[in-house]
Write a protein that binds this ligand. Structure first.
Ligand code: RAM
Length: 912
């Protein structure tokens, strides 16, 4: 004690004697997941530290990994035992213990020592290894290649009945543990003894099945009985069997691989595998299923008891051994899709005798659950649409070739409840016909489906338009997750377009924990890369679009960068570095001419056109030159690649990228910049904005270039957006960085055309594909696209609330908290669950006083910009002069902010 006091005394000569606080380690994650099944030999472990104290920083960590919970509880880390490792790192610590075996569950815990106290061991967590070796798979790819009578396989249309498979087996003794590994392509539903396995829908996650196939793992111990048992599997088309023969990629008839491993209490084991001993049929109730067209279900064709033991399957044929799809079998670590919410319809009205239109009140993605009672053979038809025509009937022109129709044929039971298995719709309205009697809202429920990812952000302001836009964006974003980010959920497209998600993904990262989903998408992109280096515009490449440009494929690099910045995850950049380099080399060789990246495909896609019915502007004065887009993006991508090369310690590459960037900047400025007018190219907002935001504009011209952006926006466009998908990715941040958050705020709150608020005025509950989505040609006017959000959500969190990962660091280790309290906003409340824990920012402006409560997670520090004005600049924290408050260090004064540095903890600032 005496010794401690003495050292404390000496330490206090340097800084105040360190106060101790309780510290706890929580939220243990392996590969970003709680309790996952993985097949990665060096999984990465992360944890969070919580404490009521301020300025808590990790100094040491200890990790134990054990082969049993018992051992772990006895502090016996028989696989990995590392104690007191001097490190401040609490995320993505690579496992370096003994070899991990297939099928085993591993238990782990963490303990940390911080600058202000030590934690106890955390609660135990675990992960399970999947089948890590291809030899572990004894199961065979099994299918049914026959075409049933109702199947249609023409160029423009495909219709295929679902395939049903069953297998009975006997369990003679007590089961200790049973695990089921399954991949059913395109989609599967599995049952054991009539009970559904897992809650997932539309699974497994979609891939290029010739390159990778994801399997799911379930602990099914509870589903087995002693005696006779049965497994039943239903296969739907998903993205495997082509939804259209023309244009959409086809992988063949549905097939599956399933392995059920049973460990008995007496130590013996047994494995049930998919093979030709199974029985199969395509004559079941799902007559047709197709994500574009819907599902047809004849309840009279159900076979009661088919997924239980004892069913007479003599009419079924033998399942066939089929070719493997070719892709590597891997444990799926991006989450499966699930029914995440249910909503009640708002109204049902009869628009013609026997024809009803139901309004869900929200443009949603998923399907209906219907309760119905009527005579056998009656056909209820459900047609889906996003909007209505003026006469109250469905507007389906924008669905293009997608039939988006479900059909249910009644079996005549007392009460029948049905929802489809292998389709989904993007809809707000449903036309119901054939319903026995009058359907009521009570007969239906809307099941909202998307990838089961943790919601990480909350955002609210005093502005109703902003709040509604945020909600519309949220519905659009979640509705377009389908194991990949899709462009739209309703028409015959639903593809993973790269360009739509470049900066948008950063905004999404505030709302959902998208790390594993986007890491998987980068794999999809890599798998779609051509031998010569070309990266497609769509991945997985169910549509083959290799048009070579910078703005769409560039998302490959931009998203890897987002995963590093937002999550501190180096793996995506490491894993994809070589393919990115190959891609940029390919583009250089083919399209770099005289210092300009010449190739572009889409322009500033979907900018507001000059007349309402147009999809794309024809006016050369409004359109940004393609080479301006591709060259600026090329420059930006070189800068990111240089950053990657530095982080990966590839100095030579870093030098090359830096030099290339410098050259392209000069070439670009020579060709496109007019020093007299301070304009780039034809002076569109996008043409000036991109070089400005990317750092290509010489310092002395920055102001002039920005003035052109302001003049154009406020003059010709009267305070409205004038960009498409490309410019919008930087617009809100660009305006704010150059001190005009008021214009960004105006753009965000406009209610007239073109704006997100205009969409709301016109009844939108999601975000449209086109600014003029209400008047344009229906060929391309989805009501649920997220690409025009650009950097809006990023701006909400980083600039309105002021929660931003410090661009010099990664994963919110250093946080920049810099709100922009624009005139018109009274409050902003936001929270974000970062990889290091909760970050919060809540500010209010009332009676001339600015109050700001913030939370900084343990093991992070924040640079805090407290907004001041000429007459209001006295800053307090928890009632004390801020610079004198504990844990708060004054850094500097700017004309708009008093800047402090704080450690973790809760702070309450006031400016008077
Ligand atoms: C359309 C989609 C998509 C876009 C491409 C270029 O098919 O709307 O969102 O990225 O075009």
């Amino acid at each position: 004690m005496k010794k401690f006091l003495v050292s404390c005394f000496f330490a206090s000569l340097l800084f105040a004697c360190t106060e101790k606080f309780p510290v706890e380690v929580i939220n243990l994650q392996c590969e970003n997941l709680t309790g996952p099944v993985i097949d990665i030999s060096t999984p990465r472990l992360s944890w969070e530290i919580v404490s009521p104290g301020r300025d808590i920083r990790q100094k040491f960590y200890s990790i134990l990994v054990s082969s049993s919970l018992e051992k772990l509880n006895n502090d016996e880390g028989d696989l990995w035992d590392i104690r007191k490792v001097k490190s401040d790192n609490s995320i993505y610590v690579s496992y370096e213990g003994d070899r991990l075996d297939s099928r085993r569950e591993y238990f782990w815990k963490v303990k940390v020592k911080t600058n202000r106290g030590e934690s106890e061991w955390s609660k135990p967590a675990s992960w399970t290894m999947g089948l890590t070796d291809s030899k572990d798979w004894q199961a065979k790819w099994t299918g049914l290649n026959a075409v049933s009578e109702r199947d249609v396989l023409t160029e423009r249309k495909t219709r295929l009945a679902a395939r049903y498979f069953r297998k009975e087996f006997n369990i003679p003794k007590k089961v200790e543990k049973a695990s089921m590994y399954i991949s059913g392509l395109g989609l599967y539903e599995a049952y054991i003894n009539a009970r559904r396995t897992g809650e997932q829908v539309l699974s497994p996650t979609p891939t290029d099945y010739s390159k990778a196939v994801k399997y799911n793992t379930f602990d099914v111990t509870d589903q087995l009985n002693e005696g006779n048992n049965a497994i039943g599997v239903v296969l739907g088309n998903g993205r495997f069997f082509a939804m259209r023969y023309k244009r959409v990629r086809d992988f063949g008839f549905p097939r599956m691989i399933l392995q059920l491993e049973i460990k008995y209490a007496d130590g013996s084991s047994e494995t049930i595998v998919s093979d030709d001993s199974w029985k199969a049929t395509a004559e079941g109730p799902i007559l047709a299923n197709n994500e574009f067209d819907g599902e047809e279900y004849d309840a009279r064709k159900e076979f009661p008891g088919w997924n239980k033991a004892g069913f007479d399957d003599s009419a079924w044929s033998s399942a066939e051994l089929v070719d493997a799809p070719g892709g590597q079998l891997e444990a799926q670590i991006n989450r499966n899709i699930k029914v995440m919410e249910t909503i009640r319809p708002k109204s049902v009205s009869e628009i013609q005798p026997g024809i009803f239109v139901m309004d869900m009140g929200q443009n949603m993605v998923g399907w209906l659950r219907m309760k119905v009672k009527g005579e056998a053979g009656r056909e209820v038809k459900l047609r889906f649409s996003e909007t209505l025509k003026e006469d109250g009937t469905l507007y389906t022109a924008n669905l293009r070739g997608a039939a988006a129709t479900d059909i249910y044929i009644l079996k005549g039971d007392e009460s029948e409840t049905w929802s489809p298995s292998f389709t989904y719709h993007g809809f707000r309205f449903v036309e119901i016909s054939g319903f026995p009697g009058k359907p009521a809202a009570d007969n239906f429920e809307g099941l909202v489906v998307f990838d089961e990812m943790e919601a990480t952000g909350e955002f609210e302001t005093s502005d109703k338009t902003i709040n509604q836009i945020y909600q519309n964006a949220r519905w659009g974003i979640m509705g377009n997750y389908r194991g990949m980010p899709t462009d739209c959920p309703q028409r015959d497209e639903r593809m993973g377009w790269l360009g739509d998600r470049a900066i948008g993904s950063q905004g999404e990262s505030f709302m959902f924990n998208i790390n594993n989903l986007y890491a998987k998408w980068l794999d999809d992109i890599e798998q779609a890369q051509r031998e010569d280096g070309s990266v497609p515009d769509v991945a997985p490449n169910y549509w083959s679009v290799y048009s070579d440009n910078m703005t769409w494929p560039g998302a490959y690099v931009i998203i890897a960068n987002m995963l590093y910045d937002q999550y501190g995850d180096r793996k995506p950049m490491e894993k994809h570095y070589e393919s990115m380099k190959k891609w940029i080399g390919y583009m250089q060789d083919k399209y770099l001419k005289d210092g300009i990246m010449t190739k572009d495909t889409y322009g500033d896609w979907c900018m507001p056109p000059e007349s309402p019915e147009l999809i794309h502007s024809k006016d050369p004065a409004r359109k940004t030159d393609g080479a301006v887009l591709s060259t600026t993006f090329y420059y930006r991508i070189l800068c990111i690649l240089e950053k990657f090369a530095i982080l990966l310690e590839k100095e030579e590459d870093a030098g090359v990228f830096a030099l290339q960037a410098e050259n392209i900047k000069n070439g670009f400025n020579d060709k496109y910049f007019n020093k007299d007018t301070k304009q780039y190219s034809n002076n569109t907002v996008t043409a000036n904005l991109l070089p400005l935001c990317f750092g290509m504009v010489p310092d002395e011209y920055k102001e002039g270039v920005f003035k052109n952006i302001v003049d154009k926006t406020m003059g010709e466009f009267k305070g409205h957006v004038s960009t498409g998908l490309v410019g919008i990715q930087w617009l809100m941040r660009g305006l704010t960085e150059y001190e005009r958050p008021d214009i960004a705020y105006r753009i965000a709150t406009n209610r007239d055309y073109p704006s997100w608020g205009y969409m709301i005025e016109k009844g939108a509950t999601t975000i449209w594909e086109l600014w003029n989505g209400d008047t344009a040609n229906p060929e391309m006017n989805s009501g649920n696209h997220v690409m025009l959000l650009g950097d809006l959500i990023v701006w909400f969190y980083e600039y309105l609330a002021g929660i931003q990962n410090d661009p010099n660091g990664a994963g919110f280790e250093e946080i920049v908290m810099k709100p922009n309290p624009v005139d018109g906003l009274d409050y902003v409340k936001a929270s974000y669950k970062s990889v290091r824990g909760l970050v919060k920012s809540e500010w209010t402006k009332a009676s001339g006083q600015f109050t700001w409560n913030i939370t900084v997670p343990c093991n992070s520090t924040a640079t805090v910009y407290v907004p001041i004005t000429a007459d209001k600049n006295r800053v307090t924290e928890s009632g004390k002069k801020a610079s004198a408050s504990k844990g708060v260090k004054f850094l500097r004064l700017t004309d708009k902010y008093r800047v402090f540095r704080v450690g973790s903890g809760n702070y309450s600032f006031k400016v008077e």
